[in-house]
Design a protein around this ligand. Structure first.
Ligand SMILES: Nc1ncnc2c1ncn2[C@@H]1O[C@H](COP(=O)(O)OP(=O)(O)OP(=O)(O)O)[C@@H](O)[C@H]1O
Ligand SMILES: [Mg+2]
Length: 261
């Protein structure tokens, strides 16, 4: 972990470089909304190849932390480091540029567009003609790439079909795979499985296990049993503070962890 030494002048310098496997570090993040202190100095590290679970009851500050990491909110104080480099995000666009992708409970998919069109929305491959003077969206490539990628991740869907005709679980899986396709550095998952059936959840969790080989993930949930099942490490947030942090998921028992929530 990087340790900053603060000088009397208020400037700080790094005592030692970041551990190479730390992809994201949030350091003493505070977020105030008027008189509400949603985060009271939260520090977390996300390491290569892992799913880090952030668990907490309603109002614990989970989504606020995710919104800060993805550039939707600015922290009142505290710092964010990506691969050891300090970052300041003024918008989600800044965070996306740094390779941070996010999937929520209700992911942003366009109902009337096909799976393939949703997959490439805003980043459509183009076919160039007349030395690049005329460009067309390459629908054929979009469909074949989407089909190939989904199949690789274990999903065999008709990519020409409008996304509104798919189940909640399939839609969430498409959102996750879309984020993964563009090779993010970090994938944030804010309650992605909350509205899903048990069966759909299992399928999504299998996808997460494959996904963590592509990029590390933060999985936010209030369902302890889900977190224990799929996360490599857990952090419990309560009223803006970390009350519990585990090094592994081994030996974690739901009834014991409940005391920290
Ligand atoms: N934009 C905002 N303006 C004012 N207060 C906010 C805002 N966003 C969050 N809060 C407050 O900050 C606290 C933490 O909220 P947050 O949404 O981060 O919790 P959460 O852990 O994600 O809860 P949930 O499980 O319900 O999603 C709450 O007290 C909430 O009311
Ligand atoms: Mg939330």
């Amino acid at each position: 972990m990087i340790r900053a030494i603060t000088l009397k002048s208020g400037k700080s310098f790094l005592k030692k470089p970041a551990a190479p496997n730390v992809i994201l570090e949030c350091r003493t993040i505070v977020k105030n909304f008027d008189h509400i202190q949603a985060l009271k100095g939260v520090s977390i590290e996300l390491r290569k190849g892992e799913i880090l679970g952030i668990i907490g009851d309603n109002g614990a500050g989970k989504s606020t932390l995710i919104k800060i990491i993805r550039g939707a909110y600015k922290p009142t104080s505290g710092e964010i480091y990506i691969e050891g480099e300090k970052k300041e995000f003024n918008s989600p666009r800044d965070a996306i540029r740094e390779g941070i992708q996010c999937v929520y409970q209700e992911s942003a998919l366009v109902e009337q567009l096909s799976v393939a069109e949703n997959f490439f929305i805003g980043q459509e491959p183009v076919k160039k003609y007349a030395n690049g003077l005329v460009n067309f969206v390459d629908y054929k490539k979009m469909r074949s790439e989407t089909k190939k990628y989904l199949a690789r991740m274990g999903f065999h869907l008709n990519v020409r079909e409008e996304i509104r005709n798919f189940s909640g679980g399939e839609r969430q899986a498409v959102s996750v795979m879309r984020a993964l396709y563009f090779k993010p550095k970090i994938l944030l998952l804010d309650e992605p499985s909350t509205a899903l059936s048990e069966k759909a959840k299992r399928k999504l969790f299998t996808l997460f296990q494959k996904a963590k080989k592509i990029c590390p993930m933060i999985f936010v949930t209030h369902a302890l049993e889900d977190a224990i099942q799929i996360c490599d490490r857990l952090i419990i947030l309560k009223l803006g503070e970390i009350t519990f942090e585990s090094k592994t998921r081994k030996g974690l028992r739901e009834e014991e962890l409940l005391h920290y929530m």
